[in-house]
Design a protein around this ligand. Structure first.
Ligand code: SAM
Ligand code: SF4
Length: 343
């Protein structure tokens, strides 16, 4: 089991399959777009599989496929099938905007072993949805939610409330959990890339709004939800709800002390903390003929060095200001946009 210098066990890998996206969410993708990865620089699915096998040997148990938008890349179902079959991997999930997944055969994905899907949905008003994403896609997202539920997938909704964009949508998005067995999680906006240009609504305010409409909220058990048992979401079940509502508060209640996550970018870099730059070029190792043993050793070393915590709070006024605690001397600050990391 991989462990870092602070004794945290790392068993969760989030894999970005692409930095491209069919949407342009205002807080995620810059208006001017991004300089996308060159075709030859993407990790191939075989390279991803090799890395996952190596990392599963070191204790990675859970995988999440993300993007950009993962379904923009061709062949994702086959990759899911292969990842689910890797010895040691216990859970494979996917995060999608629910628009690019129009032609996905969810039943087949379940047969392959997909465990759950997180679907991003920031508004239920079609006009606001389009203002945020640039696309008239709400109907398709709702269809994706139905399709995923119909085949028995665990479905979670990710909603990022942003001041001046969708704060008025919090209650209607939460209402989705009234009739559907889903978790609607409100995520605090992090000042990453384009996100730094906006002000998020903090979780306390979100909870206040939810309680003003649904009454007092007591934390709901995590028995049905393996990720919550170790993950950062706190969930509540308002009276009369089939599903749950919850919050993820990286800004006001950082969960760094129990962070079990690593990230792999679409061009093959290992990232050990959202706040900091990538720390290891795995593509270079793979393509320069490194053996599995060498790759494993380099990963284990990089993971050991995982920074203790993010410093968004100290730095969220101005991303280029030093945080003042010397961490810059050891680690370089993240320079990527969220669409290039995948959340
Ligand atoms: N395209 C897929 C999707 O939208 O679900 C996967 C990638 S997207 C980057 C993953 C999640 O990150 C989305 O739920 C999105 O709302 C969230 N996100 C993007 N920028 C963020 C930010 N600055 N702070 C917090 N969450 C953010
Ligand atoms: Fe694309 Fe997801 Fe970012 Fe929206 S949040 S721009 S769907 S990557």
């Amino acid at each position: 089991m991989m462990q870092d210098q602070y004794g945290r066990k790392l068993n969760y890998l989030r894999i970005s399959l692409t930095d491209r996206c069919n949407l342009q969410c205002r807080y995620c993708m810059p208006e001017e777009g991004i300089c996308t990865i060159k075709q030859q620089d993407y990790l191939t699915f075989d390279e991803i599989l090799r890395l996952v096998r190596i990392m599963a040997g070191q204790g990675i148990r859970k995988l999440r496929l993300t993007g950009g938008e993962p379904f923009v890349r061709k062949g994702v179902p086959r990759l899911v099938q292969q990842l689910c079959a890797v010895e040691g991997i216990e859970e494979v999930d996917i995060t999608t905007n629910g628009v690019a997944s129009r032609d996905i055969d969810w039943k087949q994905l379940v047969e392959y072993g997909l465990h759950g899907v997180n679907i991003s949905l920031d508004a239920l008003d079609p006009i606001i949805y389009q203002q945020i994403t640039g696309v008239d896609g709400l109907e398709q997202v709702m269809q994706t939610i139905q399709d995923a539920l119909a085949v028995g997938l665990r479905v979670k909704i990710n909603c990022v409330p942003v001041c001046g964009i969708n704060e008025q949508e919090i209650i209607s998005v939460a209402q989705l959990a009234r009739n559907y067995p889903i978790d609607v999680r409100f995520i605090e906006l992090m000042p990453i890339g384009t996100g730094a240009r906006w002000k998020g609504v903090d979780s306390r305010q979100v909870m206040d709004r939810l309680e003003s409409v649904f009454g007092p909220l007591e934390p709901a058990g995590s028995a049905n939800c393996s990720e919550e048992a170790v993950g950062p979401a706190i969930c509540y079940r308002p009276e009369g709800f089939v599903g749950r509502v919850g919050s993820i508060s990286p800004m006001t209640h950082p969960f760094c002390a129990s962070c079990n996550r690593l990230r792999l970018t679409a061009d093959g870099k290992l990232k050990t903390c959202l706040y900091y730059d990538e720390v290891l070029d795995l593509r270079e190792l793979l393509r320069n003929g490194a053996t599995d043993a060498v790759i494993e050793k380099r990963i284990v070393e990089a993971v050991y060095d995982k920074p203790d915590r993010h410093r968004f709070q100290e730095a969220n006024k101005e991303m280029s200001e030093p945080t003042g605690d010397g961490s810059e001397q050891k680690y370089a600050r993240n320079h990527k946009k969220m669409v290039q990391i995948g959340g």
